[in-house]
Write a protein that binds this ligand. Structure first.
Ligand code: HEC
Ligand code: HEC
Length: 375
Protein backbone atom coordinates (compact mmCIF):
# COMPACT_ATOMS: atom_id res chain seq x y z
CA UNK A 1 0.00 0.00 0.00
CA UNK A 2 3.00 2.29 0.14
CA UNK A 3 3.41 2.94 -3.55
CA UNK A 4 0.23 4.97 -4.27
CA UNK A 5 1.14 7.37 -1.45
CA UNK A 6 4.59 7.91 -2.87
CA UNK A 7 3.34 8.29 -6.43
CA UNK A 8 0.71 10.81 -5.40
CA UNK A 9 3.28 12.75 -3.41
CA UNK A 10 5.70 12.85 -6.28
CA UNK A 11 3.06 14.16 -8.76
CA UNK A 12 2.03 16.93 -6.40
CA UNK A 13 5.64 17.84 -5.81
CA UNK A 14 6.60 17.72 -9.46
CA UNK A 15 4.02 20.37 -10.36
CA UNK A 16 4.79 22.51 -7.32
CA UNK A 17 8.53 22.32 -7.89
CA UNK A 18 8.20 23.12 -11.59
CA UNK A 19 6.43 26.35 -10.61
CA UNK A 20 9.42 27.65 -8.67
CA UNK A 21 11.89 28.50 -11.39
CA UNK A 22 15.12 28.74 -9.40
CA UNK A 23 14.81 25.37 -7.72
CA UNK A 24 16.39 22.14 -8.86
CA UNK A 25 14.17 19.73 -10.81
CA UNK A 26 13.06 16.80 -8.66
CA UNK A 27 14.60 13.45 -9.60
CA UNK A 28 12.18 11.02 -11.26
CA UNK A 29 10.72 8.71 -8.63
CA UNK A 30 11.38 5.03 -9.15
CA UNK A 31 11.42 3.88 -5.52
CA UNK A 32 14.01 4.98 -3.00
CA UNK A 33 17.56 5.07 -4.39
CA UNK A 34 19.94 3.03 -2.28
CA UNK A 35 22.24 4.57 0.29
CA UNK A 36 25.96 4.56 -0.49
CA UNK A 37 29.39 6.10 0.10
CA UNK A 38 30.09 9.75 -0.78
CA UNK A 39 31.82 10.47 -4.08
CA UNK A 40 34.90 12.72 -4.07
CA UNK A 41 34.63 16.45 -4.90
CA UNK A 42 37.53 18.22 -6.63
CA UNK A 43 38.42 21.78 -5.67
CA UNK A 44 41.11 24.40 -6.20
CA UNK A 45 43.50 24.57 -3.20
CA UNK A 46 44.37 28.29 -3.50
CA UNK A 47 40.77 29.40 -3.92
CA UNK A 48 39.75 27.15 -1.02
CA UNK A 49 42.44 28.71 1.25
CA UNK A 50 41.14 32.16 0.32
CA UNK A 51 37.56 30.97 0.87
CA UNK A 52 38.52 29.66 4.31
CA UNK A 53 39.86 33.06 5.38
CA UNK A 54 36.77 34.83 4.01
CA UNK A 55 34.53 32.31 5.81
CA UNK A 56 35.63 33.53 9.25
CA UNK A 57 36.12 37.20 8.40
CA UNK A 58 33.55 39.53 10.03
CA UNK A 59 34.33 42.28 7.52
CA UNK A 60 32.00 40.41 5.17
CA UNK A 61 28.99 41.51 7.24
CA UNK A 62 27.42 44.98 7.16
CA UNK A 63 28.67 46.08 10.57
CA UNK A 64 31.85 43.97 10.41
CA UNK A 65 30.75 41.96 13.45
CA UNK A 66 29.76 38.46 12.31
CA UNK A 67 31.14 36.01 9.78
CA UNK A 68 29.84 32.77 8.26
CA UNK A 69 31.73 31.02 11.07
CA UNK A 70 29.74 32.89 13.76
CA UNK A 71 26.73 30.78 12.79
CA UNK A 72 28.36 27.83 11.02
CA UNK A 73 30.93 27.36 13.76
CA UNK A 74 33.80 25.01 12.80
CA UNK A 75 33.98 23.95 16.47
CA UNK A 76 30.25 23.11 16.62
CA UNK A 77 29.82 20.95 13.52
CA UNK A 78 29.56 24.00 11.21
CA UNK A 79 26.23 24.87 12.84
CA UNK A 80 25.44 25.97 16.43
CA UNK A 81 24.44 23.92 19.45
CA UNK A 82 21.49 26.25 20.21
CA UNK A 83 18.03 25.21 18.89
CA UNK A 84 17.54 28.54 17.04
CA UNK A 85 20.28 30.59 15.46
CA UNK A 86 21.53 34.06 16.13
CA UNK A 87 20.97 36.59 13.34
CA UNK A 88 22.18 40.01 12.29
CA UNK A 89 21.95 42.57 15.15
CA UNK A 90 18.39 43.86 15.49
CA UNK A 91 16.93 40.55 14.34
CA UNK A 92 17.04 37.01 15.64
CA UNK A 93 16.74 33.78 13.67
CA UNK A 94 13.71 31.50 13.49
CA UNK A 95 15.48 28.30 12.35
CA UNK A 96 18.36 25.98 13.12
CA UNK A 97 21.13 25.98 10.51
CA UNK A 98 22.06 22.74 8.76
CA UNK A 99 25.73 21.76 8.99
CA UNK A 100 27.89 22.87 6.07
CA UNK A 101 29.78 19.58 6.02
CA UNK A 102 28.87 17.95 2.67
CA UNK A 103 26.73 20.94 1.67
CA UNK A 104 28.72 21.07 -1.60
CA UNK A 105 27.06 17.78 -2.55
CA UNK A 106 23.73 19.64 -2.80
CA UNK A 107 22.38 21.96 -5.48
CA UNK A 108 22.52 21.86 -9.27
CA UNK A 109 22.22 18.42 -10.80
CA UNK A 110 22.08 16.61 -7.44
CA UNK A 111 18.39 17.59 -7.25
CA UNK A 112 18.85 18.38 -3.54
CA UNK A 113 18.06 22.03 -2.78
CA UNK A 114 19.39 24.07 0.17
CA UNK A 115 17.46 25.54 3.10
CA UNK A 116 14.78 23.87 5.20
CA UNK A 117 12.06 25.13 2.87
CA UNK A 118 14.02 24.14 -0.30
CA UNK A 119 14.06 27.74 -1.53
CA UNK A 120 17.44 27.67 -3.33
CA UNK A 121 18.60 24.85 -5.58
CA UNK A 122 20.96 26.48 -8.06
CA UNK A 123 24.58 26.98 -6.95
CA UNK A 124 26.81 27.63 -3.95
CA UNK A 125 27.57 31.02 -5.49
CA UNK A 126 23.85 31.89 -5.13
CA UNK A 127 23.79 30.41 -1.62
CA UNK A 128 26.76 32.55 -0.59
CA UNK A 129 25.12 35.67 -2.02
CA UNK A 130 21.92 34.86 -0.13
CA UNK A 131 23.80 34.61 3.19
CA UNK A 132 25.88 37.75 2.56
CA UNK A 133 23.06 40.03 1.49
CA UNK A 134 19.96 38.97 3.49
CA UNK A 135 19.25 41.69 6.05
CA UNK A 136 18.83 39.19 8.90
CA UNK A 137 21.95 37.16 8.05
CA UNK A 138 24.99 39.33 7.17
CA UNK A 139 23.26 42.41 5.74
CA UNK A 140 26.19 43.17 3.44
CA UNK A 141 26.26 45.51 0.48
CA UNK A 142 28.70 43.64 -1.71
CA UNK A 143 30.14 46.85 -3.23
CA UNK A 144 31.30 47.91 0.23
CA UNK A 145 32.58 44.41 0.89
CA UNK A 146 34.71 44.50 -2.23
CA UNK A 147 36.28 47.85 -1.28
CA UNK A 148 36.97 46.67 2.28
CA UNK A 149 38.82 43.63 0.97
CA UNK A 150 40.93 45.70 -1.40
CA UNK A 151 42.31 47.58 1.62
CA UNK A 152 43.72 44.44 3.21
CA UNK A 153 47.13 43.66 1.65
CA UNK A 154 46.81 39.98 2.64
CA UNK A 155 43.66 39.65 0.54
CA UNK A 156 45.14 41.58 -2.38
CA UNK A 157 47.94 39.01 -2.50
CA UNK A 158 45.66 36.00 -1.94
CA UNK A 159 43.25 37.05 -4.71
CA UNK A 160 46.23 37.61 -7.04
CA UNK A 161 47.54 34.11 -6.33
CA UNK A 162 44.18 32.36 -6.58
CA UNK A 163 42.62 34.35 -9.43
CA UNK A 164 45.31 34.79 -12.06
CA UNK A 165 46.63 38.16 -10.89
CA UNK A 166 43.16 39.66 -10.36
CA UNK A 167 42.05 41.90 -7.48
CA UNK A 168 39.36 41.28 -4.81
CA UNK A 169 35.86 41.43 -6.33
CA UNK A 170 32.51 40.38 -4.99
CA UNK A 171 31.97 37.73 -7.69
CA UNK A 172 35.33 36.19 -6.77
CA UNK A 173 34.31 36.13 -3.10
CA UNK A 174 31.13 34.24 -4.08
CA UNK A 175 33.25 31.75 -6.01
CA UNK A 176 36.03 31.36 -3.42
CA UNK A 177 33.84 30.56 -0.40
CA UNK A 178 32.24 27.67 -2.35
CA UNK A 179 35.72 26.22 -3.07
CA UNK A 180 36.28 26.11 0.70
CA UNK A 181 32.85 24.52 1.20
CA UNK A 182 33.84 21.81 -1.31
CA UNK A 183 36.71 20.89 1.00
CA UNK A 184 34.28 20.39 3.91
CA UNK A 185 33.37 16.77 3.35
CA UNK A 186 33.04 13.80 5.70
CA UNK A 187 36.30 11.97 6.46
CA UNK A 188 36.77 8.37 7.62
CA UNK A 189 33.11 7.49 7.97
CA UNK A 190 32.62 3.92 9.31
CA UNK A 191 29.61 3.40 6.98
CA UNK A 192 31.57 4.52 3.88
CA UNK A 193 34.45 2.27 4.88
CA UNK A 194 32.17 -0.73 5.41
CA UNK A 195 33.19 -0.85 9.09
CA UNK A 196 29.85 -1.32 10.84
CA UNK A 197 29.50 -2.84 14.32
CA UNK A 198 26.96 -5.66 14.53
CA UNK A 199 24.61 -3.25 16.31
CA UNK A 200 24.94 -0.69 13.51
CA UNK A 201 24.38 -3.43 10.89
CA UNK A 202 21.15 -4.43 12.62
CA UNK A 203 20.24 -0.72 12.66
CA UNK A 204 20.87 -0.47 8.90
CA UNK A 205 18.47 -3.36 8.26
CA UNK A 206 15.79 -1.61 10.34
CA UNK A 207 16.53 1.67 8.51
CA UNK A 208 15.91 -0.01 5.16
CA UNK A 209 13.13 -2.30 6.37
CA UNK A 210 10.82 -2.21 9.38
CA UNK A 211 11.48 1.45 10.29
CA UNK A 212 11.13 2.67 6.67
CA UNK A 213 13.58 5.57 7.10
CA UNK A 214 15.02 4.92 3.62
CA UNK A 215 11.75 6.03 2.00
CA UNK A 216 12.82 9.63 2.65
CA UNK A 217 16.46 9.40 3.79
CA UNK A 218 18.17 7.87 0.74
CA UNK A 219 21.04 8.40 -1.73
CA UNK A 220 24.60 9.31 -0.72
CA UNK A 221 23.50 12.12 1.62
CA UNK A 222 20.53 10.16 3.04
CA UNK A 223 17.97 12.64 1.70
CA UNK A 224 15.44 12.52 -1.14
CA UNK A 225 15.77 16.32 -1.41
CA UNK A 226 12.02 16.73 -0.95
CA UNK A 227 9.91 18.44 1.69
CA UNK A 228 7.66 16.37 4.00
CA UNK A 229 5.49 17.09 7.01
CA UNK A 230 6.56 14.87 9.91
CA UNK A 231 4.70 16.85 12.59
CA UNK A 232 7.72 18.33 14.39
CA UNK A 233 6.28 20.60 17.14
CA UNK A 234 6.63 24.38 16.74
CA UNK A 235 9.37 26.11 18.67
CA UNK A 236 7.30 28.60 20.77
CA UNK A 237 10.36 30.84 21.13
CA UNK A 238 9.92 32.02 17.52
CA UNK A 239 6.58 33.67 18.31
CA UNK A 240 7.19 34.65 21.94
CA UNK A 241 10.38 36.56 21.16
CA UNK A 242 9.55 39.78 19.26
CA UNK A 243 12.95 39.92 17.52
CA UNK A 244 12.52 36.39 16.16
CA UNK A 245 8.89 36.99 15.21
CA UNK A 246 9.62 40.21 13.32
CA UNK A 247 12.49 38.49 11.52
CA UNK A 248 10.18 35.67 10.49
CA UNK A 249 7.51 38.14 9.27
CA UNK A 250 10.15 40.01 7.26
CA UNK A 251 11.34 36.72 5.78
CA UNK A 252 7.78 35.77 4.72
CA UNK A 253 7.35 39.27 3.28
CA UNK A 254 10.44 38.85 1.10
CA UNK A 255 8.98 35.60 -0.27
CA UNK A 256 5.55 37.14 -0.95
CA UNK A 257 3.49 35.31 1.70
CA UNK A 258 0.20 37.24 1.83
CA UNK A 259 -1.09 36.29 5.27
CA UNK A 260 2.22 36.79 7.04
CA UNK A 261 0.92 38.61 10.16
CA UNK A 262 -1.46 35.81 11.13
CA UNK A 263 0.77 32.75 11.05
CA UNK A 264 1.90 31.45 14.43
CA UNK A 265 3.85 28.54 12.99
CA UNK A 266 6.72 28.07 10.57
CA UNK A 267 4.84 27.33 7.35
CA UNK A 268 7.88 25.59 5.78
CA UNK A 269 7.67 24.73 2.08
CA UNK A 270 4.42 26.70 1.77
CA UNK A 271 6.61 29.85 1.90
CA UNK A 272 7.84 28.80 -1.54
CA UNK A 273 4.84 27.01 -3.06
CA UNK A 274 2.14 29.35 -1.60
CA UNK A 275 -0.09 26.28 -1.36
CA UNK A 276 -1.64 25.42 2.01
CA UNK A 277 -1.25 21.68 1.46
CA UNK A 278 2.52 22.25 1.86
CA UNK A 279 2.09 23.71 5.33
CA UNK A 280 4.71 22.38 7.74
CA UNK A 281 6.73 20.54 5.12
CA UNK A 282 10.51 20.76 5.51
CA UNK A 283 13.23 19.17 3.42
CA UNK A 284 14.43 15.74 4.50
CA UNK A 285 17.83 16.60 6.02
CA UNK A 286 20.88 14.49 5.26
CA UNK A 287 21.94 12.18 8.09
CA UNK A 288 25.71 12.49 7.91
CA UNK A 289 27.70 14.02 10.81
CA UNK A 290 24.73 13.99 13.22
CA UNK A 291 27.23 13.25 16.01
CA UNK A 292 28.30 16.92 15.86
CA UNK A 293 25.05 18.71 15.02
CA UNK A 294 22.51 18.37 17.86
CA UNK A 295 19.88 19.68 18.46
CA UNK A 296 17.87 18.38 15.52
CA UNK A 297 15.05 19.39 13.15
CA UNK A 298 14.38 22.76 11.41
CA UNK A 299 13.77 24.44 14.77
CA UNK A 300 16.07 22.45 17.06
CA UNK A 301 13.08 20.99 18.92
CA UNK A 302 14.52 17.48 19.36
CA UNK A 303 17.59 17.33 21.57
CA UNK A 304 19.12 13.87 21.03
CA UNK A 305 19.18 11.02 18.52
CA UNK A 306 17.42 8.77 21.05
CA UNK A 307 14.60 11.31 21.14
CA UNK A 308 14.50 11.51 17.31
CA UNK A 309 14.13 7.73 17.04
CA UNK A 310 11.42 7.76 19.71
CA UNK A 311 9.66 10.54 17.76
CA UNK A 312 9.52 8.26 14.69
CA UNK A 313 8.59 5.24 16.81
CA UNK A 314 5.45 7.12 17.83
CA UNK A 315 4.60 7.93 14.21
CA UNK A 316 5.94 11.51 14.36
CA UNK A 317 4.13 14.51 15.83
CA UNK A 318 0.67 16.03 15.41
CA UNK A 319 -0.73 18.28 12.70
CA UNK A 320 -4.05 19.13 11.06
CA UNK A 321 -5.70 16.11 9.41
CA UNK A 322 -4.28 15.37 5.98
CA UNK A 323 -1.07 17.34 6.37
CA UNK A 324 1.25 14.75 7.87
CA UNK A 325 3.11 12.45 5.47
CA UNK A 326 1.34 9.10 4.98
CA UNK A 327 4.60 7.29 5.76
CA UNK A 328 4.58 8.54 9.35
CA UNK A 329 3.06 5.59 11.27
CA UNK A 330 3.91 4.14 14.71
CA UNK A 331 6.77 1.68 14.21
CA UNK A 332 6.53 -0.61 17.25
CA UNK A 333 10.33 -0.73 17.78
CA UNK A 334 11.73 -2.51 20.83
CA UNK A 335 14.28 -0.81 23.08
CA UNK A 336 17.05 -2.90 21.46
CA UNK A 337 15.89 -1.93 17.96
CA UNK A 338 15.87 1.76 18.86
CA UNK A 339 19.42 1.40 20.18
CA UNK A 340 20.54 -0.27 16.93
CA UNK A 341 19.02 2.50 14.81
CA UNK A 342 20.93 5.11 16.81
CA UNK A 343 24.14 3.05 16.39
CA UNK A 344 23.57 3.05 12.61
CA UNK A 345 22.95 6.82 12.56
CA UNK A 346 26.21 7.36 14.46
CA UNK A 347 28.11 5.19 11.96
CA UNK A 348 27.38 7.93 9.38
CA UNK A 349 29.61 10.44 11.22
CA UNK A 350 33.32 10.70 10.48
CA UNK A 351 36.29 12.56 11.99
CA UNK A 352 35.66 15.83 13.80
CA UNK A 353 36.56 18.59 11.30
CA UNK A 354 36.81 21.28 14.00
CA UNK A 355 39.53 23.92 13.71
CA UNK A 356 40.30 27.25 15.36
CA UNK A 357 39.38 29.93 12.79
CA UNK A 358 42.13 32.39 11.90
CA UNK A 359 41.56 35.83 13.40
CA UNK A 360 42.23 38.22 10.54
CA UNK A 361 44.02 41.47 11.37
CA UNK A 362 41.09 43.86 11.29
CA UNK A 363 43.11 47.07 11.05
CA UNK A 364 42.70 47.31 7.24
CA UNK A 365 40.35 49.13 7.25
CA UNK A 366 39.87 49.79 10.96
CA UNK A 367 36.24 48.89 11.68
CA UNK A 368 35.42 48.56 15.39
CA UNK A 369 33.78 45.21 16.11
CA UNK A 370 30.99 45.56 18.70
CA UNK A 371 30.45 41.81 18.86
CA UNK A 372 34.05 41.06 19.86
CA UNK A 373 33.97 43.88 22.40
CA UNK A 374 30.89 42.42 24.09
CA UNK A 375 31.77 38.70 23.98
C1 HEC B 1 23.50 34.89 11.27
C2 HEC B 1 23.71 33.46 11.11
C3 HEC B 1 24.26 32.96 9.80
C4 HEC B 1 25.35 33.46 9.09
C5 HEC B 1 26.23 34.63 9.44
C6 HEC B 1 25.49 32.60 7.94
N1 HEC B 1 24.55 31.62 7.93
FE1 HEC B 1 24.32 30.17 6.54
N2 HEC B 1 22.59 29.60 7.42
C7 HEC B 1 22.08 30.10 8.60
C8 HEC B 1 20.78 29.51 8.86
C9 HEC B 1 19.89 29.78 10.08
C10 HEC B 1 20.49 28.66 7.77
C11 HEC B 1 19.22 27.86 7.52
C12 HEC B 1 18.16 28.80 6.95
C13 HEC B 1 16.91 28.14 6.45
O1 HEC B 1 16.91 26.93 6.18
O2 HEC B 1 15.93 28.84 6.28
C14 HEC B 1 21.68 28.71 6.89
C15 HEC B 1 21.85 27.96 5.73
C16 HEC B 1 23.01 27.92 4.98
C17 HEC B 1 23.25 26.99 3.89
C18 HEC B 1 22.29 25.92 3.42
C19 HEC B 1 22.62 24.59 4.09
C20 HEC B 1 21.69 23.49 3.68
O3 HEC B 1 22.15 22.35 3.69
O4 HEC B 1 20.51 23.73 3.38
C21 HEC B 1 24.50 27.28 3.38
C22 HEC B 1 25.19 26.57 2.23
C23 HEC B 1 25.02 28.38 4.16
N3 HEC B 1 24.10 28.73 5.13
C24 HEC B 1 26.27 28.97 3.94
C25 HEC B 1 26.68 30.13 4.59
C26 HEC B 1 27.83 30.91 4.19
C27 HEC B 1 28.79 30.54 3.07
C28 HEC B 1 27.87 31.99 5.01
C29 HEC B 1 28.81 33.16 4.92
C30 HEC B 1 28.87 33.87 3.65
C31 HEC B 1 26.75 31.87 5.94
N4 HEC B 1 26.05 30.75 5.64
C32 HEC B 1 26.48 32.78 6.97
C33 HEC B 1 22.69 31.02 9.42
C34 HEC B 1 23.76 31.80 9.05
C1 HEC C 1 8.27 10.92 5.44
C2 HEC C 1 9.71 11.08 5.25
C3 HEC C 1 10.61 10.68 6.38
C4 HEC C 1 10.76 9.45 6.97
C5 HEC C 1 10.01 8.17 6.66
C6 HEC C 1 11.82 9.61 7.95
N1 HEC C 1 12.27 10.89 7.96
FE1 HEC C 1 13.69 11.62 9.18
N2 HEC C 1 13.27 13.51 8.55
C7 HEC C 1 12.35 13.82 7.57
C8 HEC C 1 12.14 15.26 7.56
C9 HEC C 1 11.22 16.01 6.62
C10 HEC C 1 12.92 15.77 8.59
C11 HEC C 1 12.99 17.24 9.04
C12 HEC C 1 11.70 17.59 9.76
C13 HEC C 1 11.67 18.98 10.33
O1 HEC C 1 12.70 19.57 10.64
O2 HEC C 1 10.55 19.51 10.50
C14 HEC C 1 13.64 14.64 9.18
C15 HEC C 1 14.59 14.76 10.20
C16 HEC C 1 15.33 13.69 10.69
C17 HEC C 1 16.46 13.82 11.59
C18 HEC C 1 17.06 15.12 12.09
C19 HEC C 1 18.28 15.51 11.28
C20 HEC C 1 18.79 16.92 11.54
O3 HEC C 1 19.89 17.22 11.09
O4 HEC C 1 18.10 17.73 12.17
C21 HEC C 1 16.91 12.54 11.84
C22 HEC C 1 18.09 12.15 12.72
C23 HEC C 1 16.03 11.64 11.13
N3 HEC C 1 15.10 12.37 10.44
C24 HEC C 1 16.15 10.26 11.16
C25 HEC C 1 15.16 9.41 10.64
C26 HEC C 1 15.06 8.02 10.98
C27 HEC C 1 16.01 7.26 11.88
C28 HEC C 1 13.95 7.54 10.33
C29 HEC C 1 13.35 6.16 10.41
C30 HEC C 1 12.93 5.75 11.74
C31 HEC C 1 13.38 8.65 9.59
N4 HEC C 1 14.14 9.77 9.82
C32 HEC C 1 12.26 8.57 8.77
C33 HEC C 1 11.72 12.93 6.72
C34 HEC C 1 11.56 11.57 7.02
Amino acid sequence: MELPVKLRLSCVLASALAAASFMAAPPSWAGPPDIGPLPEIKYDEKKAALGKRLFSDPRLSGDAAISCASCHDPKEGFTKRAPLHIAYPGSDHFRNAPTLINTAHKGGKSGIPWHWDVRIGTSLNDMTRDMLTESYVMNMDMRIMQERLKQDPVYVQMFKDAWDGKEPANGRVRDSIPEFLKSLVSKNVPFDQGKLSSDAKAGMELFKGKAGCINCHNGVLFTDGKPHNTGVPENPEVFKNPARHLTYITFMFSLGVEDRFNWRRDIGYMTVSHDEKDLGKFITPGLRELKYTAPYMHNGMIATLDDVVEFYNQGGGEDRPGLKDGLMKPLGLSAAEKKSLVAFLLSLSGDDLAYEPEKPNLSYPAIPNWYEAKN
